[in-house]
Design a protein around this ligand. Structure first.
Ligand code: NAD
Length: 431
């Protein structure tokens, strides 16, 4: 296939993650440079300070490490194909050419990781990229871009910080050929409108409200930790987190109790303190969304099994890990995306009812089914309207497994071969 020869090589780029841009270590007595810390740890510290996520757990160090792994995997991914018809009359080849300039607009929850998801395949396919980070987390992305630019040719990767106005300008800009957007559904809709005049190609990774269905044959204690991290990774600020859990009535009380036990043991606090694995919400507005939704559940008579009681005088936007039982499926805590550490657990009687509840919303990013019978779980998975359905886990992504939403969670795929195709234009050469 084409493009591979004229795309940057990434070996140097990867060394950029660990070598150039690292922090100098000074001798405290003389002030002389005596060494250098690789970029990864300073990047993780900056991410923790700005985004709020702890260094430890599946958080800041994990995110920076995943950036390096993703770059490596994307660099090694080849686009298959070439000749599509070759007979006596016809010889036709399909090539993937660079699109040109790719605009990448990102959110504040996994700012570095999502930037790499957007940037790595676009560069791999021979495009140049203009990154517009979220106004809530610009520094993390600017620092990452600086490290990458320590190894890339000049002017291939550019970052433009700014608010939604800058995003809107980028999505209407005639010099941008393709836009990769990750963020809310409302912004995705605005981008569709503002990109219409230039007929920009779009990949839209939008909001979700992922359902998990727990079948009656599970061992509640065995699945509790997986359920917890599925819902509470990055303190719930994750697009494909488990955001509403449907549990069969036979195991409902045991699953709730096991979840509470796991959640109680997870330390929440300042990100730079090594013991913490849960952090604050990144901004006040998100804290207010979570508080409003938990209050709506409480007011409707739901049972708050854990949390739901943020300290109004505490510094930072901490909202405690919250588990809400006996909540109605129509309650706003279930129906709206909370994007924070509050999980509603809804009781169901039969699997048809659970599938109907899982499918009733207009978003479909991820979903999961939990069972000790894999085939039974896969049969339920096939009925769910979601871009990815995990079995006995939730939210794991892999650089070679395509990822994308259905319904109002967006369109287009990222990762793997499909992700490369998404930042290229196909061209047929016939003859
Ligand atoms: P957001 O939509 O408010 O902002 C995302 C980005 O869009 C920011 O950089 C912002 O400046 C920019 N923006 C805002 N208005 C714009 C406009 N009119 N034109 C162009 N750009 C504009 O989203 P957020 O609050 O930062 O992120 C949270 C949301 O993102 C959640 O809904 C979450 O589910 C979703 N998300 C989805 C995925 C996924 O892969 N599907 C991943 C992460 C987050």
């Amino acid at each position: 296939m084409s493009t591979t020869s004229d795309t940057p090589t990434y070996d140097s780029l990867l060394s950029g993650i660990t070598d150039p841009g690292g922090r100098e270590v000074l001798d405290p007595a003389t002030g002389e440079v005596v060494g250098r810390v690789a970029a990864a740890e300073p990047l993780a510290e900056l991410l923790s300070r700005e985004q709020g996520k702890p260094l430890n757990g599946p958080n800041a160090r994990f995110e920076v490490g995943a950036c390096a792994a993703w770059l490596r995997a994307t660099a090694a991914t080849e686009l298959p194909g070439g000749t599509v018809v070759d007979d006596e009359d016809t010889h036709a080849e399909l090539h993937y050419r660079p699109v040109g300039v790719v605009g990448a607009i990102g959110p504040w929850n996994w700012p570095m990781m999502i930037t790499v998801w957007q940037v790595a395949p676009a560069l791999r396919m021979g495009n140049t990229v203009v990154v517009k980070p979220s106004e809530y987390t610009p520094l993390s992305v600017l620092a990452l871009v600086q490290v990458l630019n320590g190894a890339l040719p000049a002017d291939v990767l550019t970052a433009v910080a700014g608010d939604r106005e800058v995003g809107a300008r980028l999505s209407g800009h005639p010099g941008v050929d393709k836009l990769v957007f990750t963020g809310s559904t409302a912004t995705g809709q605005a981008i569709i409108r503002s990109s219409a005049d230039t007929v920009k190609r779009l990949t839209l990774e939008l909001g979700g409200n992922d359902a998990g269905i727990v079948l009656p044959d599970v061992d509640p204690k065995a699945i509790a930790e997986g359920l917890f991290w599925g819902a509470f990774i990055n303190t719930g600020q994750t697009c494909a987190a488990l955001k509403r859990l449907y549990v069969h009535t036979d195991v409902y009380d045991e699953v709730c109790a096991a979840l509470v036990e796991v959640a109680q043991a997870m330390p929440m606090g300042r990100g730079l303190d090594e013991q913490n694995v849960l952090g604050p919400l990144q901004n006040r507005a998100q804290h207010e969304v979570v508080a409003r939704l938990v209050n709506a559940a409480r007011d409707a008579g739901a049972k708050i099994l854990l949390g739901g009681d943020p300290d109004p005088d505490a510094a930072g936007h901490f909202y405690p890990a919250t588990i809400v039982a006996d909540v109605d499926d129509a309650n706003p805590l279930v129906a709206e995306e909370q994007f924070g550490p509050a999980l509603p657990v809804v009781r169901y009687e039969d699997v048809d009812q659970a599938v109907a509840m899982a499918n009733r919303l207009d978003v479909g990013l991820g979903a999961s089914v939990w069972s000790s019978d894999r085939e039974a779980a896969r049969a339920v998975a096939a009925r769910l309207e979601a871009g990815t359905v995990w079995i006995n886990s939730h939210g794991g992504v892999h650089p070679m497994i395509p990822f994308g939403g259905v319904k109002k969670s967006g369109y287009g795929l990222e990762f793997g071969v499909e992700g490369l195709k998404a930042v290229a234009v196909p061209q047929v050469v016939n003859g």
